[in-house]
Write a protein that binds this ligand. Structure first.
Ligand code: GAL
Ligand code: MG
Length: 997
């Protein structure tokens, strides 16, 4: 039998959960080193994909690579024309059972060469492979070096003995795609393959700084900082004696901290027995006054750690940054620097629509800036440790991080992790993450992973974290889900708050996913007897799939009203769509199944607050609004008196400039700015806005609003001056409309369709509609509203128990003064929805305008798409948009485009200036949608590329339109935002103006 090179580390190690690594160095913290001692291996590597690990031959691992393909490293081969990306949610991408993987198992050999500089002679040389999905095998000049698993943490291997200064070496990194590790990496995302993170070599002196662990604790009472730096020093054998470390902290310490290096002693057993904390040195200092780090004020300090030899010469040096802060759980509160903070977080997968998991620094920065600009203060690295640079950005710009271990066994949620064969893998995934990320002030909580059930190993991992680190709490959700499985009663009901109250060894935080608001309130209110004993921070909520984000405001009302509720992380940040170029210049986003990936979970990977290119979904605007750090309440808005509250945790509001405006039907009639307010966190101040006394009176039907805004007063690291952070709007006055003087003649709708002077304006009569193109939430919720609508025959509305009547009348007295005015027509619709139809999409009419109507303007909520349960962010205003701007082209097309509270709508045809106005929509404003796409068009499209806008313009005027909820995962639209049976009557006035035709 020919030897199989990958078996050098044990036979079929890709199918053995106990084989976690071979020859891998211990994990260390991310440290800065002089680039002189580093060779970046990024670039084009020779690449050969073979069908299975056994097919790799010795000739693949060294020797010529003529005729090989190339791939970009860092990069996923699955995004570079080889093999395919594969999307699954819960199910595994292949059959099992664990730990079995398919025999056909794509295996990629990556080959490059490097030359060791002469100056590296005598140094220790380390190979760093930032990430390999899922198993990495390393060969140098054909010789086996080591292997390792965990796709989301680096592998480091000592190659000193295999390289020579001045010589060129051949490096082979072989990645086996499917392995036992895949069962522990069964997250809901794209399975990719390859080397998605940085690969480099670095050289250190034989005796060198191996690791640094810095604790920068902050005492909120005293305002003091305690800095404790543990420097790990290493050497191939016994340490030399008489060495020291120095720690410099400019701006913090006047002089470096110095300590002698301890190590084992060749002949003094007693020294070895008493060796304090391993090899190295520890220094410590108290700084009497420090400015602490927080997400709102991310103050960092540079540390320089220098290793000094017995002659006083500096021989090694590393750099890192620290921020002073203290995180603790006290009672039912998570405290940062002694204060309970609200966690305004989002879950983020690493995803790039062209690069897969190989995210760039620019894209990470873009994410961080967008999060900050949308009032978020936290991110959960769902569901694995991220690229190291991401934590630097969070430290720097200020985001709290829940750092999550790369453990998810969703397909075998309750069994796999209980099998002790996986124990080492689980522990390593936790401990190695902590060792890498321990110095980041942004990391405030460790997470044991996601959806991997409960096992004794989880308790052990939590205990390890508490004992080893102890400066951060631990969180884990999945044990709660497992308990819920156990606790399901005969009635299928389970009390989540009861489960949350149970004592647990695996978590210090109650971190449920997708709880109902009612359960949150029940917990926050303490139930009957048991007060909340731990903070509750939702690890996932507000599932943002497609047109979603319903009730965000309700969640935040509950969170702010109840102690013990401290926010949570929206699911999730970015739609995991993959760019597909059609070849004719069109690009669209593909999802599960578009790449021949079987089995798959279709569009379930599109749950982001932003599109794959980071364009925001409307739900992000809503989140920004409900998370805003300033609240304005009316005291007496007529005289401009309002109360301003700082909802910050640490800083006052002086970084914001207040601005105000008075509008009449959305038109600004007065505005101004105020001086920044120094109101401190949690405090309020009453402010009088200098509303002019001589405002013109309102005309009939008009509304006057006061809007108060808060804009950044100067440039900040994450946004320039003038960026709107917060706003609130108040209705100051509403003038009653003129009484309608209806003409004697009831004009049939046909009279509008074919008025002599307005040929081709209306292309049909109003049709009643109770259906919308189902959103993902409508489709995936259980029970599924979309399925019920289908059963009820709402799509074609083939029912005779829905009655629809329309009354019209001439509005002669309201004809207006335009020469070409066709006079108004008053229209009133009545629809009776029978009792059986207890949850319909909408009650409304659809009108069709002939081609050419491309421009619109309305007074109502906007400018972005909004629904009755997602309109906190949509101000009343006079908005304009083209018809194409109305719908949101979700990557998985679905119901879209609604605007609530619309009091009037104007559409016009640029070619001849003909305009149609729907006025007095009401009573009191209605839901309106405008589009070139019908609901049926949208429903029939699987991708945006399938959408074919029609020349006609469709206008939906709805007396009621269902909210969007978050039913795909989590609570469906709350009952109060649904549309039920009953009699609906709504009316409006239609006018047409324009040139004679
Ligand atoms: C959660 C899970 C996420 C994602 C989400 C559905 O249960 O933790 O990874 O699958 O559901 O989009
Ligand atoms: Mg899952």
């Amino acid at each position: 039998m020919t030897p199989r090179p990958l078996d050098a580390f044990g036979p079929r190690s890709w199918e053995r959960p106990e084989a976690v690594s071979f020859g891998r160095l211990p994990m260390r913290a991310t440290l800065r080193r002089d680039e002189r001692w580093c060779i970046d291996l990024a670039g084009a590597w020779a690449f050969r994909l073979v069908a299975r690990p056994d097919a790799v031959t010795a000739a693949d691992l060294s020797g010529p690579t003529e005729g090989w393909a190339t791939v970009e490293v860092p990069g996923n081969w699955t995004m570079q024309g080889f093999d395919r990306p594969h999307y699954t949610n819960v199910q595994m991408p292949f059959g099992g059972p664990p730990p079995r993987v398919p025999v056909d198992n794509p295996t990629g050999v990556h080959r490059t060469r490097f030359t060791v500089p002469e100056s590296w002679a005598g140094r220790r040389v380390v190979l760093h492979v930032g990430g390999a999905e899922t198993v990495l095998y390393v060969h140098l000049d054909g010789k086996p070096v080591g292997m390792g698993k965990d796709s989301r943490l680096p592998h480091e291997l000592d190659v000193t003995d295999l390289v020579r200064a001045g010589e060129t070496h051949e490096l082979a990194l072989t990645v086996v795609r499917w392995s036992d590790a895949t069962y522990l990496e069964d997250q809901d995302h794209w399975h990719q393959a390859g080397l998605h993170r940085d690969v480099f070599l670095y050289a250190v002196p034989q005796m060198h700084v191996a690791d640094v662990r810095a604790v920068a604790d902050y005492d909120p009472e005293a305002g003091a900082g305690l800095l404790r730096v543990q420097v790990g020093v290493d050497a191939p054998g016994y340490l030399e004696r008489g060495w020291k470390v120095q720690v410099f902290a400019p701006g913090l310490l006047d002089a470096p901290l110095v300590a002698g290096v301890y190590g084992e002693h060749r002949d003094k057993v007693g020294v070895n027995v008493g060796l304090v904390e391993g090899r190295g040195a520890t220094v410590q200092a108290t700084i009497e006054r420090v400015r602490p780090w927080s997400a709102e004020d991310p103050v960092l300090h540079d540390l320089r750690v220098v290793l000094i030899d017995e002659h006083g010469e500096a021989c090694d040096e590393v750099g890192l940054r620290v921020g002073f802060r203290r995180v603790e759980v006290r009672g039912h509160e998570l405290l940062v620097n002694g204060r309970p903070v609200l966690v305004k977080g989002v879950n983020r997968h690493e995803h790039d629509d062209r690069r897969g998991k190989a995210v760039t620094l620019d894209s990470m920065l873009q994410d961080v800036l967008l999060m900050k600009r949308h009032n978020m203060n936290a991110v959960r690295t769902s569901h694995y440790p991220n690229h190291p640079a991401f934590y630097d950005l969070c430290d720097e710009y200020g985001l709290y991080v829940v750092d999550e271990a790369n453990i998810e066994s969703h397909a075998y949620l309750r069994s796999l992790t209980k099998d002790a064969r996986w124990g080492q893998a689980i522990l390593e995934r936790v401990t190695r993450m902590a060792a890498r990320d321990v110095n980041h002030p942004s990391v405030i909580v460790w997470s044991l992973g996601n959806e991997a059930g409960w096992s004794p190993t989880h308790d052990a991992a939590a205990a390890w974290l508490r004992a080893w680190d102890g400066t951060r709490p631990v969180q884990y959700e999945s044990a709660l889900t497992e308990r819920a499985y156990e606790a399901f009663g005969a009635d299928g009901e389970v009390s989540h708050p009861d489960i949350w109250r149970e004592p647990r060894a695996d978590t210090d935080v109650v971190a449920p996913m997708y709880p109902s608001i009612a359960d949150l309130v029940a917990w926050g209110s303490g139930g009957d007897a048991v007060p909340p004993s731990r903070p509750l921070i939702m690890c996932e909520y507000a599932h943002a799939m497609g047109n979603s984000g319903g009730s965000l405001a309700d969640y935040w009302d509950a969170i702010e009203a109840h102690a013990g509720l401290q926010g949570g992380f929206v699911w999730d940040w970015v739609d995991q769509g993959i760019a597909i170029d059609t070849g004719d210049g069109t690009t669209y986003w593909g999802y599960g199944g578009d790449f021949g990936d079987e089995p798959n979970d279709g569009p379930f990977c599109l749950n982001g607050l932003v599109f794959p290119d980071r364009t925001p979904h409307p739900a992000l605007a809503e989140l920004k609004k409900v998370l805003q750090p300033v609240a304005v309440e009316a005291v007496d808005v007529a005289t401009g008196r309002v109360r301003v509250t700082a909802k910050t945790d640490f800083v006052d509001l002086s970084w914001l400039r207040p601005a105000w405006e008075i509008t009449v039907d959305g038109r600004i009639v007065a505005d101004g700015t105020l001086d920044p307010l120094t109101v401190g966190p949690g405090e309020s101040v009453e402010v009088t806005i200098p509303v002019p006394a001589d405002l013109p009176p309102l005309a009939a039907g008009e509304q006057r609003h006061l809007t108060v805004r808060f804009l950044t007063a100067h440039d900040l690291p994450w946004v320039p001056a003038g960026h709107e952070v917060a706003w609130d709007q108040f209705l100051v006055a509403s003038a009653p409309p003129l009484p309608l003087v209806l003409g004697g003649r009831a004009r049939p709708w046909a009279g509008l369709v074919h008025p002599e002077r307005f040929v081709g304006v209306f292309a049909g009569e109003p049709e009643v509609r109770l259906w919308r193109a189902p959103t993902d939430n409508d489709t995936y919720a259980t029970p599924s509203p979309a399925a019920r609508w289908e059963q009820w025959g709402l799509r074609e509305l083939v029912r005779d128990d829905v009655t629809f009547t329309t009354r019209t009348a001439d509005l002669d007295a309201d004809a207006g003064d335009d020469e070409a005015d066709a006079g108004g027509v008053w229209v009133e619709h009545t629809v009776v929805v029978p009792a059986e139809l207890d949850d319909v999409a909408r009650v409304g009419v659809r009108l069709v305008l002939g081609p050419g109507f491309e421009e619109t303007e309305w007074f109502g909520r906007g400018p972005h798409e909004n629904y009755r349960d997602r309109c906190a962010s949509a101000a009343m205003g006079r908005w304009s948009a083209t018809v194409d701007d109305w719908p949101v082209l979700y990557a998985h097309p679905q119901g879209t485009g609604n605007r609530t509270g619309v009091r009037w709508l104007r559409l016009w045809r640029a070619a001849d200036g003909v305009e149609v106005v729907f006025d007095r929509l009401g009573p009191g404003g209605i839901d309106v949608t405008v589009s070139h796409l019908t609901d049926e068009d949208i429903h029939d499209a699987a991708h945006t590329v399938d959408l074919r806008p029609r020349p006609e313009t469709y206008v939906w005027l709805d007396a009621a339109h269902r909210g969007v909820g978050t039913g795909a995962v989590g609570p469906d639209t709350l009952p109060r935002y649904r549309v039920g049976p009953g009699t609906y009557t709504w009316s409006y006035v239609v006018r047409m103006r324009g040139r004679h035709t």
